[in-house]
Design a protein around this ligand. Structure first.
Ligand SMILES: CSC[C@H](NC(=O)[C@H](Cc1ccccc1)OC(=O)N1CCC(N)CC1)C(=O)N[C@@H](CC1CCCCC1)[C@@H](O)COc1ccncc1
Length: 329
């Protein structure tokens, strides 16, 4: 069996990717953010304070004949960007891309931080990280993908995120036609809960790859490509007008700049992110100053190959073989 779901950028900056998910009987369809950087499926619900939930699609367990309260279970999560949410837990049928998991832990939010209240394009997250990262207590729950894996044709999923166009999350199969290049595989480290890997080197503007390895995570829930300062500096030294903007908390430059590409090696392949994918968006509507897709990871303590990097590739999250596959798109 397999599943295939379309995913769409949330806005003109490709800030997030939104995928429709069906929960309960009859189906309640919610727009959710698939996040390989976390391991909890949580949603805005009938239990979320009305003031916080306004503008969001919500899940009502009381309207689902297959919902069951997981009594005594609670959850609480904080993300890298300091946003947070918490609540209690139900189990219900959850269908993604035509594939159903009958008894999926659906974490219902009784509290959500301001960022989530304001982010009305999503009604929650589907964590696609490793089960070890799940935040339900007293008994951690499995992710949707972990529950699905044993019934899928192959225990893997692929992410095909695109700039300003519809992409896909495929479960249980690899559609190699989505990629131009060969898929290169490298071991994935799931010990921290997310998809860790090591890139073997990098280069700016099509130069030959160096051998400076970069250890980081493949994270569909993070917008940017976040790398060490030395790499960020090496890149922006090629961009005449680049400067750090305190209020934007990142490097900005003239939108008219012709940005160099950025390449990294992984699994014997070279993934090249084109210059225009590295120009994320004007800092404000109509501004001629643009915000960079490559920013420093120094404040986070971990390198993150977020959507800016994932958009250049077809990425295979292969749980069965504990490996990540990357192919140029
Ligand atoms: C340094 S992780 C920062 C990252 N959150 C972002 O990437 C947000 C995403 C967003 C949210 C709301 C609107 C628009 C964009 O976007 C930005 O932070 N930015 C985009 C816009 C730009 N102008 C400023 C920077 C983050 O916590 N992700 C987690 C999932 C995320 C949580 C918030 C809701 C959307 C999903 C998750 O995967 C983080 O996993 C790890 C982080 C650190 N160790 C290990 C794993």
């Amino acid at each position: 069996q397999t599943g295939s779901a379309n995913t769409n950028p949330s806005d003109s900056a490709d800030d997030e990717y939104i995928t429709s998910v069906s929960i309960g009987t009859p189906a309640q369809v919610l727009p959710l953010d698939f996040d390989t950087g976390s391991s909890d499926l949580w949603v805005f619900s009938s239990e979320t304070p009305k003031s916080s939930a306004s503008g969001h699609v919500t899940y009502s367990p009381s309207k689902s004949s297959t919902a069951k309260k997981l009594s005594g279970s609670t959850w609480s999560i904080e993300y890298g960007d300091k946003s947070s949410s918490s609540g209690d837990v139900y189990t219900d049928v959850v269908t993604i891309g035509g594939f159903s998991v009958k008894t999926q832990a659906v974490e219902s939010a009784t509290k959500v931080s301001t960022q989530f209240v304001q982010d009305t394009v999503i009604s929650g997250l589907v964590g696609l990280g490793f089960d070890i990262g799940n935040q339900v207590s007293p008994r951690p729950q499995k992710t949707w993908f972990s529950n699905a894996a044993s019934s899928l044709a192959e225990p893997l999923f692929t992410a095909d995120l695109r700039h300003q166009e519809t992409g896909s999350y495929n479960f249980g199969f690899i559609d190699t036609s989505l990629a131009k290049g060969t898929i290169g595989y490298t071991p994935a480290d799931g010990s921290e809960g997310y998809w860790g890997f090591t890139a073997t080197g990098y280069s700016v503007g099509g130069a030959q790859l160096n051998r400076n390895s970069i250890t980081g995570i493949a994270d569909t829930g993070t917008t940017l490509l976040l790398l060490p300062d030395n790499i960020v500096d090496a890149y922006y030294n090629n961009v005449e007008s680049a400067e750090y903007d305190d209020s934007q908390e990142g490097v900005v430059f003239d939108c008219s700049e012709d940005l160099p590409s950025f390449s990294f090696g992984v699994g014997g392949q070279t993934i090249t992110i084109s210059g225009d994918l590295l120009n994320l968006t004007p800092i404000e509507e109509g501004s001629s100053t643009c915000f960079g897709g490559l920013q420093s990871s120094a404040d986070i303590g971990i390198n993150i190959f977020g959507d800016v990097a994932l958009k250049a590739a077809l990425v295979v999250f292969d749980l069965g073989n504990e490996r990540l596959g990357w192919a140029q798109k």
